[in-house]
Design a protein around this ligand. Structure first.
Ligand code: MSP
Length: 506
């Protein structure tokens, strides 16, 4: 089982924000889960450097573009670790390995007769790094996304014969109903193709910053013709002396935000066909996490940059909030206050208190010894596990509902504590076996749920297992009733999610 997952590579015209962390964190949940299931997985993220907007920022700062990119790449490289994402490679499009491969790739398209020279005369939005036609603009002639007028560009460029791939792409969309997910995005991409494809320019003449075309070194590759190729190029040099293409291509799954559907779902497959590569497994398009900025000052003291939520609440809490705040795949407005509410009510209370109470009871009533005993079971862990796995598998990638399902399990265990009232059972020695059983079921449920939750809460899950004196093995087959070992020495656990003092307002 091979599982190759990618995020978009992010533009380095400014530093990372919470939206970039969103894709990187959710991708990490999907990859961690597949690893638990035994998949040979590879997770790629990185940065997109050869954009006009990057070049312009460098100029504004009086720096060589490469020097600017080297400096700003630092916080980008730190982003995965900050949000606890376990990536396999971080690509920069200025890597020599990438540049070499892009030239080879474009040369293959050229050799295939799909590239020709023509004059481009039209509009370009630097914010989108995209050519625009009049009908894509607002009535006032602005880019609807960036609300600025696009620039007029007139230059001799190299064009890719995208129009030649219209029928082939429609055929693929017809044969592969899961090629793009969710289905409303599939329909969006398909209707765009059906509406007729226009050839697009894959080079820029007026900009020195970029990868020179192999057959015409006076021009550099258009940033998208360079950036999309990262999904393949990385596999050729991520591991020295190894070419991972045979291993991970076409096992590729691309995650992307809804604003870049056309590039990924239309241009990229056509470019792959032209260069003679197989197409990825599928592309999953997610919505935007829209933050209710008004509330930032109220709930966060002097924090103004949402990414700093990580420093206050920890990466696990931010990941948890991201996965639950908005249904993955859809747009949604998330409240920054939501993170505090979820931290206190769900993480600290539902989960944290459950662990504290459970361990405290085992310590107090059973001197820390866990024995199987005899009691009605608390939770069908195998059923919960099967449900989560189905939701997280491609093509669903439904991290939101998967986390809901795990949380249902947490709530069920809390109800079990109330219903079984171990503190009552502890009053009478005659109930000893049943008390053992109830406490075992709680520890067992928590053990299985910790394993199931590990992709979402990679720091917290091992702490739960350690507090319960259980193995740290996260293999998925361990999400089953009866997984907990009989152990001794369980002590009352430290709070998983301690109360947080917010930094004082400035
Ligand atoms: N460089 C291109 C992508 C090239 S991929 C071959 C690009 N970069 S970007 O910096 O603008 O990053 C866009 C991506 O960041 C989105 O597609 C999405 O994955 C993520 N997000 C940025 N803001 C976001 C939100 N507010 N919400 C969710 N995701 C967001 O486009």
């Amino acid at each position: 089982m091979r599982f190759y997952l990618t995020t978009p590579i992010y533009y380095v015209n400014s530093t990372p924000h919470i939206g970039h962390a969103y894709t990187t964190a959710i991708g990490d949940m999907l990859v961690r889960h597949q690893r638990q299931r035994g998949a040979d997985a590879f997770y790629l993220t990185g940065v997109d450097e050869h954009a006009t907007k990057v070049w312009r920022v460098a100029q504004e700062q009086g720096l060589e573009a490469q020097e600017y990119a080297d400096r700003i790449a630092v916080p980008w490289r730190e982003l995965p670790e900050r949000i606890n994402a376990d990536i396999d490679f971080f690509i920069r499009t200025s890597d020599e390995g990438h540049k070499r491969f892009v030239r080879e790739f474009l040369q293959r398209m050229y050799d295939n007769g799909d590239v020709y020279q023509d004059i481009y005369a039209g509009l370009y939005c630097v914010g989108c790094e995209a050519f625009k036609s009049e009908d894509e603009l607002t009535p006032d002639g602005l880019c609807p996304e960036h609300l600025v007028p696009p620039e007029w560009i007139e230059e001799k460029n190299w064009f890719f014969r995208l129009s030649a791939y219209e029928d082939k792409l429609l055929e693929i969309y017809d044969e592969r109903p899961d090629f793009v997910r969710p289905d409303f995005r599939f329909n969006e991409a398909r209707s765009f193709i059906e509406g007729g494809l226009r050839d697009f320019s894959i080079s820029r003449a007026g900009q020195p910053w970029g990868i020179p075309l192999p057959w015409d070194e006076t021009q550099v590759a258009y940033v998208w013709a360079d950036a999309l190729v990262n999904y393949l190029s990385a596999l050729t040099y991520a591991r020295e002396g190894e070419d991972l293409r045979g291993r991970y291509w076409p096992a590729a799954h691309h995650l992307l935000g809804k604003e870049i559907v056309r590039f990924h779902c239309v241009y990229w497959p056509a470019m792959l066909l032209s260069a003679g590569y197989e197409l990825p497994q599928f592309l999953f398009v997610h919505g935007h996490l829209l933050l209710d900025d008004k509330k930032i000052s109220k709930s966060l003291g002097n924090i103004v940059e949402p990414l700093e939520l990580i420093d206050v609440y920890g990466a696990d809490a931010v990941r948890y909030w991201m996965a639950r705040a908005v249904s993955f795949g859809h747009d949604g407005s998330a409240s920054i206050d939501g993170i505090r509410e979820r931290y206190e009510n769900e993480l600290a209370n539902d989960l944290g208190n459950l662990l504290s109470r459970t361990t405290a009871m085992v310590a107090q009533y059973r001197a820390g010894a866990l024995r199987r005993g005899e009691a009605t079971s608390a939770l069908d862990l195998s059923a919960v596990g099967a449900q989560i796995a189905e939701l997280l598998d491609p093509p669903r990638f439904d991290v939101t509902r998967a986390l809901d399902a795990a949380w249902e399990g947490v709530r069920t265990l809390n109800q079990y504590v109330t219903a079984e009232a171990p503190w009552q059972l502890a009053k009478d020695e005659a109930n000893a076996d049943r008390l053992d059983g109830v406490l075992y079921n709680l520890v067992d449920g928590l053990t299985g749920l910790a394993i199931a939750l590990a992709p979402f809460l990679p720091e917290t899950a091992p702490r739960i297992l350690a507090a319960l004196n259980q193995s740290d093995d996260l293999a998925w087959e361990r999400v089953r009733t009866g997984v907990a070992d009989e152990v001794d020495g369980i002590a009352a656990a430290e709070p998983l999610f301690p109360k947080i003092e917010l930094p004082a307002p400035a």
